[in-house]
Structure formats: structure tokens, C-alpha cells
Ligand binder design. Structure first.
Ligand code: ADP
Ligand code: MG
Length: 386
């Protein structure tokens, strides 16, 4: 990029009078400001490093991405201000590598916050000295989407296999159940009945319990297409609370619902979201042995609606938080361990996610994050325009 005003000054340096010089310097400053503003408006991070590895320039996005503070630049070694980045780049600047080599790689930065960044390093010359432009592109959202996709593919293939196994187990279980009941009937009136009947009764009970687990599991993994509609989460909550009201009052639990007067439009599958609310509320109730209050409130930003369900229950041990969404993970004697897995599946199908924030003996906050209708529409438009 040539600087016209600077060229003018350099060419006419000898015969410029003070007024003209001042004028040209002013225009030069203006041009510099324009370029600075332009570079700061770019959402990719841009850094310029010289051959000695010294950082000479960084735009606002780069400051944010690698957590630089103003006073650290310019003229600081890159390894000092951004060690994670420097470590990932072949920054032996003194090595004269192939002139036109552009390096591109994806790295994970943990400071100032965890993110995935695609880095391009482009060599160029300025006043005969070699420099490197380092361009940083934040791809955290893409990387997370890929991770979620891999995870959901992994779980869905496990589910297909599990569904087949469950189906296969169902038939012999059925036959066991029938024969055990026959046995029970034949035992009646026999001399050994007193000693054998309790064992047969236990077998029947256990077979029926297995059958229950199987049915619940098959129900939970049945794929359900989404039927989205403009719905209000508070209306769905009311319907779920009506179902649970008796149980809630028996347990001495109040539910405090904080209305949100500025609810943005969200597209929801009513039945599935009711299932989510039911599962989350049920877990909250089961965690609150000695009563208390469950708080329900919402918040939104430009992209998402956040629904919070906060209980005052026993909380979750830190080592269990990572397991919650696994099928069959339960800490309850009669739990099935499918509730949170279903919650996560439904939220993901809506393009959202579930968050857990818990402190043992204090309580748990479950966050349901739904994309706003406007965001969904933008995504659809974007996909169609590709
Ligand atoms: P289940 O309720 O059948 O055990 P879930 O999938 O619904 O299965 O929940 C899995 C586990 O997560 C529970 O057994 C419990 O340990 C934990 N859990 C979920 N929600 C809460 C909560 N609000 N408070 C405490 N523990 C919870
Ligand atoms: Mg549950």
C-alpha cells in the first residue's frame, strides 16, 4: 500500500515551505488515522512481527484475542506477550525460510479465554526488511459445532446399536416373564410352594423391572422430528407446573417464576420443551429433600434466550457434572439416568445447549439456551444464499 502524501513530502522535501509541510503532515496524520480505524474495525486479529520476533503492530481484534494490554505494544518480543501463539509458529525469524511461504494452522489459545484460532503467517518486505503479518481468525464457534456434531454422531451410533440390543433382549425377557408367571401359578398348592414362591416372586419383579428399563430406554431414544412454533416458554412452564403441583406441595417446594416483559420470539417444539422442563423440574424436586424454592427466570441477548431453573437442593459433586448427560448415569436408587440425556438431545435439536452450574449442599442452576427466532432465520437465509 503506497502512501501518496508521504511520497509527495519525500519528493518535494527540499522546496516545501512550512505551511505546505504542515498541511501535508496533517493529511498524513488523517490518512494514518483512517488506516488505524480501518484495521481496528476488522474482526480478524492482525499482528506484524519483524525478523527478530519483535511485535511492531497489532490491531484491536488481536489485542482482544491474545489479551494484550495497550502498554505491552509495540516493540515487545512476541514470545513475551503471546507465548502460546509464538510457540505454535515457526518464529525462528532469523532463519531465512522460503520467501513466499504462507503458514496456516489451527491452534488452541487458553489466554485470556479458551478459544480456537486459525492462524496465517504471511512474510512480506518493508524497507528491504522481512516482516511477518500474522492473521488470527477466531473459529471457536465452528470448532464447537464440529465437536457437538462428532459427539452427536458418536452417541447416535451407540443408540442404534443399543436399540437393536434392547430389542433383542425384549423377546427373551417377555418369554421369561410368561414362564415365571406360569411357574408361580403351578406352584400354588404344591408342598414346596412356601419355600419356592418368594424366589419366583423376586424373579418376576426383577424381570418386570428390566422390562421397564428397556421400555423407558427405547422411548427415550426414539427419534422425534421437531415441530417448531412461536411459543412462550412461560406458558409451557405453567402447563408443566400444573402437572406437578400436587407433588410440589407435598414436598413443601415453592416455585417462584420471574416474568420477563421483554421476551423475544423463540421457535420451540411445545411437547418436547415441556418434556425438558418436566425432567429438569423433577430433578430439582428430587434434589430438595427438605423443601425450599425453585426459581425460574429468563434473560436474553442478541442471539439467545437463556432459561434458568435454580434449585436449593443437594447439588452435584464436581466429578459427576461431566457424566450427567450420559445415558444411565444416575445417583438415585430408582433413577433411570435418561432425563438429562433427553434434555440435552432436545436442546441440541433446537440449536441450543444445556449448562449446569452446581454447588454441593447449596443448589443447582440448569441453564437452557435457545437460539432466538431472528438468529434461526438469519442462519436459514445464510444457508440458502450459499
Ligand atoms: P435420574 O433423575 O433418573 O437419575 P437424570 O438424567 O435426570 O437421571 O439425572 C442424572 C443425575 O444427575 C441424577 O441422578 C442426579 O445425580 C444428577 N442431577 C440432575 N439434576 C440435578 C439437580 N437439579 N440437583 C442435583 N443433582 C442432579
Ligand atoms: Mg431425572
Amino acid at each position: 500500500m503506497r502512501n501518496r502524501h508521504l511520497d509527495k513530502i519525500l519528493v518535494r522535501l527540499d522546496d516545501l515551505d512550512a505551511v505546505n509541510l504542515a498541511h501535508l503532515v496533517q493529511r498524513l496524520a488523517k490518512e494514518r488515522m483512517l488506516l488505524e480505524k480501518l484495521f481496528d474495525a476488522i474482526q480478524e486479529g492482525i499482528l506484524v512481527v519483524n525478523e527478530g520476533g519483535i511485535l511492531e503492530y497489532s490491531n484491536a481484534a488481536a489485542h482482544r484475542m491474545i489479551g494484550l494490554c495497550e502498554k505491552e505494544t509495540p516493540e515487545c518480543p512476541l514470545w513475551k506477550v503471546a507465548p502460546e501463539l509464538a510457540r505454535c509458529l515457526p518464529l525462528k525469524m532469523s532463519d531465512k525460510g522460503p520467501e513466499a511461504t504462507v503458514i496456516a494452522r489451527e491452534i488452541e489459545l487458553t489466554y485470556p479465554e479458551s478459544k480456537y484460532v486459525r492462524v496465517y503467517m504471511v512474510p512480506f518486505h518493508l524497507e528491504k526488511e522481512r516482516r511477518f503479518a500474522i492473521i488470527l481468525d477466531d473459529i471457536t464457534d465452528d470448532a464447537q459445532a464440529t465437536e457437538a456434531r462428532i459427539e452427536s454422531e458418536r452417541t447416535s451410533s451407540i443408540f442404534v446399536l443399543a436399540a437393536e440390543v434392547a430389542h433383542e433382549i425384549g423377546n427373551p425377557l417377555n418369554s421369561l416373564n410368561i414362564h415365571l408367571q406360569l411357574l408361580q401359578r403351578k406352584l400354588q398348592g404344591l408342598a414346596q410352594a412356601d419355600t419356592l414362591a418368594p424366589s419366583v416372586a423376586i424373579c418376576i419383579n426383577e424381570v418386570q423391572r428390566l422390562d421397564g428399563i428397556l421400555k423407558n430406554f427405547l422411548e427415550a431414544i426414539k427419534p422425534q422430528p421437531l415441530a417448531l412454533d412461536d411459543l412462550n416458554i412461560f406458558t409451557l412452564l405453567e402447563e408443566v407446573l400444573a402437572l406437578l403441583s400436587q407433588e410440589l406441595s407435598q414436598l413443601g417446594i415453592q416455585v417462584s417464576v420471574e416474568a420477563n416483559p421483554d421476551m423475544p420470539p423463540v421457535l420451540l417444539d411445545g411437547n418436547q420443551v415441556k418434556q425438558v422442563l418436566f425432567n429438569v423440574l423433577k430433578n430439582a424436586m428430587e434434589a430438595m429433600d427438605s423443601g425450599g424454592t425453585i426459581r425460574f427466570y429468563t434473560r436474553s441477548d442478541d442471539e439467545f434466550l437463556y432459561v434458568y431453573i435454580a434449585d436449593e437442593g443437594k447439588g452435584i459433586e464436581p466429578e459427576d457434572v461431566g457424566q450427567l448427560f450420559r445415558p444411565f448415569f444416575t445417583t438415585k436408587a430408582n433413577g433411570h439416568g435418561l432425563g438429562m440425556m433427553i434434555v440435552q438431545r432436545i436442546l441440541r435439536a433446537h440449536g441450543g445447549q444445556v449448562g449446569i452450574d452446581s454447588k454441593p449442599n447449596i443448589g443447582t442452576i440448569v441453564t437452557l439456551q435457545f437460539p432466538l427466532k431472528a438468529r434461526r432465520m438469519r442462519r436459514i437465509e445464510h444457508k440458502e444464499s450459499l
